[in-house]
Design a protein around this ligand. Structure first.
Ligand code: GLN
Length: 304
């Protein structure tokens, strides 16, 4: 399929809405990003790359890192991960504390903040510098050996991460965090502050479109059955409490972040990433969600 033309059409159609919505400002360093960026990339499992707009400009991946820390936690602990974190959509904002108290410190799923803090805790147990391990994991997957995290963004979030600290302490009180709260928060804020561009992120998720094996020779990342499960989790939980509406509109497994990025997977075909920093109230990129909706409408392809 000629994705180049599809991407051009999407960028053209969406031009009037780019910049609508609000850039995340609760992480002070992110507030200065211009809301007017728009980039989109498709990387097929055959290795073809299609782009439009700001697809090669790095941005803060934020919660998209939750996908990669979950993959790493699964590689380390396999099914044991599910004893500490659930697999149900939360129906609440990504930084809500309500269910955590009611459900004895076991987060609903790995794609909301407390779930990602548990995955980060697993990495803290295994690695001396977990954020570096995440970066090292991503470099070959995305094809850029220079990927790194932005120290100013990490420090800015760490200084203001009171809700995440509250979640981590609550889980610690329930016995669902093994490492010191401060260490887990440091690592978490740093992997959220990793910067990548649309092409790199689309390439990094191609293994999920390819039964768990990286199509460009980086080996088996996950078993086929685990890759299937991860795609299912992305579909049901990857876009926070908008996941139902997103599945309805887009019909692809996806994971978003408050930096304005969304990665999506078309099984058997390609990885997709879109970036536009202005968000809807749920925390998903407004133009990004619309772009993915148009992508599946125009191509006539989705998982359904
Ligand atoms: N680092 C952000 C936080 O913990 C990530 C949230 C997000 O992208 N939804 O709040």
């Amino acid at each position: 399929m000629d994705y180049a033309e599809v991407l051009q059409q999407i960028a053209h159609e969406l031009a009037p809405v780019i910049g609508q919505g609000k850039v995340a400002s609760y992480i002070p360093e992110l507030a200065s990003v211009s809301p007017h960026h728009f980039g989109m990339a498709v990387v097929t499992i055959a290795g073809e790359v299609f782009t439009v707009g700001d697809a090669r400009q790095p941005f803060s991946i934020q919660s998209i890192s939750k996908l990669f820390t979950l993959v790493m936690a699964l590689q380390l602990e396999d099914e044991k991960v599910w004893t500490r974190v659930g697999r149900e959509p939360s129906g609440t904002p990504f930084n809500s504390l309500v269910q955590l108290e009611a459900e004895n410190g076991k987060p609903r799923n790995p794609f909301i903040n407390p779930g990602a803090l548990v995955c980060t805790d697993i990495l803290c147990t295994r690695y001396a510098v977990p954020e570096n391990a995440v970066v090292e994991f991503l470099r070959p997957l995305c094809g850029n050996r220079e990927v790194h995290y932005n120290r100013a963004v990490a420090a800015s979030e760490r200084r203001t991460s009171h809700r995440n600290a509250a979640m981590a302490h609550l889980m610690k009180a329930f016995g669902n965090l093994n490492n010191p709260v401060g260490e887990v928060l440091d690592a978490y804020c740093r992997h959220c502050a990793i910067e990548m561009n649309c092409v790199e992120l689309a390439r990094a998720v191609t293994f999920l479109a390819h039964g768990g094996t990286h199509p460009a020779g980086q080996g088996n990342i996950l078993s086929t059955s685990m890759a299937k499960r991860l795609n299912a989790l992305m579909l049901t939980c990857g876009t926070y409490d908008a996941a139902g509406d997103f599945a309805f509109r887009v019909g692809l497994p996806a994971k978003s972040g408050v930096g304005g990025g969304i990665v999506a997977v078309m099984p058997g075909e390609c990885g997709v990433c879109v970036w536009s920093p202005a968000l809807e109230p749920s925390g998903n990129s407004l133009a990004g969600s619309l772009a993915l909706e148009r992508f599946t409408d125009i191509t006539g392809r989705s998982i359904f």
